[in-house]
Design a protein around this ligand. Structure first.
Ligand code: SF4
Length: 129
């Protein structure tokens, strides 16, 4: 039985609503894309949707207790929950600069997890009264 899935292409501001017609797991037709890039986007979204992983990790000695991090490239959506768990295990010490690698080559995908910001060391000087 034929089924239609709809994806919104995010590659340009046009935001085409693309229909992917599928039967028995096979793509029969792609409609609604204004250009060829949208066709590939829809195929990827249907067969292996990927997203940028974003989360936070604990940081030792930082001005803030947590550091926001992200993947350098989108990774398969189905790996995001286990990816977040893996990233949370990372031991990070302040200071950290924007783009510093927190975890290299996650799941051997060729994608690193990097810091999304600079984070200074905690200022340990206490002000007296
Ligand atoms: S299909 Fe082409 S024109 Fe439409 S949103 Fe995607 S990139 Fe833009």
């Amino acid at each position: 039985m034929k089924k239609s899935y709809f994806v919104t292409c995010t590659l340009c501001p046009m935001g085409c609503r693309i229909e992917v017609v599928v039967e028995d797991g096979k793509i029969l037709e792609i409609k609604g894309n204004e250009c060829k890039k949208g066709e590939k986007y829809a195929i990827d979204e249907f067969s292996n949707p990927c997203r940028i992983l974003t989360t936070t990790v604990r940081i030792q000695g930082g001005l803030l207790p947590k550091l926001p991090v992200r993947s350098t490239e989108p990774i398969p959506k189905k790996l995001i929950p286990s990816g977040v768990k893996e990233v949370k295990k990372a031991k990070v010490k302040a200071p950290v600069n924007y783009g510093d690698v927190i975890l290299r080559n996650i799941f051997n995908l060729g994608v690193d997890i990097v810091s999304s910001r600079d984070l200074e060391k905690e200022n340990k000087e206490k002000k007296n009264g």
